[in-house]
Design a protein around this ligand. Structure first.
Ligand code: MN3
Length: 198
């Protein structure tokens, strides 16, 4: 069964970059709907009792309703932890080195990440993911993630309008810039990198 995790900070803790109102809708209503719909669709399916990652990978291309909700549950479970108050800032050493190896510089990685989020047409996500030990930028539609292309997500930004329209209206690039510069919890990204690069 899927359950809605508490936010790891107060609803107003990410202001002014992400408002209390956005988190009240996004976490308390949107994420809850993915959890409830996912549980209803999981019941009696061949994926009942499997881990969330197994449900996401297994249902992709086979059960669109379950995949959409399980995929979004997986994405949002991490999304809350990929942010923190006073985020952005310095990147832990081993992760920073891997980023520089892959992109040439941290600045280039940020540029490519923001570009991916800006050019994702319609709803979706932009990503940093590890594939064969190397970090890459990706984008995906709707509830998809690098999990379904055989890579391991280590950072994702939700570019569905529900994630930014209250605070940024149509200015998605400004939202992405604020996410990268002021919200990312790089310690959590480094944890996921360490697990994925093993
Ligand atoms: Mn969302």
């Amino acid at each position: 069964m899927f359950t809605l995790p508490d936010l790891p900070y107060a609803h107003d803790a990410l202001q002014p970059y992400m408002s209390r109102e956005t988190l009240e809708y996004h976490h308390d209503k949107h994420h809850l709907a993915y959890v409830n719909n996912g549980n209803n669709l999981l019941k009696g399916s061949e994926w009942e009792g499997k881990s969330l990652e197994e449900v996401v990978k297994g249902s992709f291309g086979k059960n669109a309703g379950l995949f959409n909700n399980a995929g979004q549950h997986y994405n949002h479970m991490h999304f809350w932890k990929w942010m923190k108050p006073n985020g952005g800032g310095s990147i832990p050493g081993a992760l920073e080195k891997a980023i520089v190896d892959a992109f040439g510089s941290v600045e280039k990685m940020k540029e490519d990440f923001i570009q991916a989020g800006t050019t994702q047409f319609g709803s979706g996500w932009c990503w940093l993911a590890v594939r064969n030990g190397k970090i890459e930028v990706a984008k995906s539609a709707n509830g998809e993630s690098p999990l379904v292309t055989g890579a391991s997500p280590i950072l994702g930004c939700d570019v569905w309008e529900h994630s930014y329209y209250i605070d940024y209206r149509n200015r998605r690039p400004d939202y992405l810039k604020a996410f990268v510069e002021n919200l990312v919890n790089w310690e959590y990204v480094a944890e996921m990198y360490a697990a994925a690069a093993k």
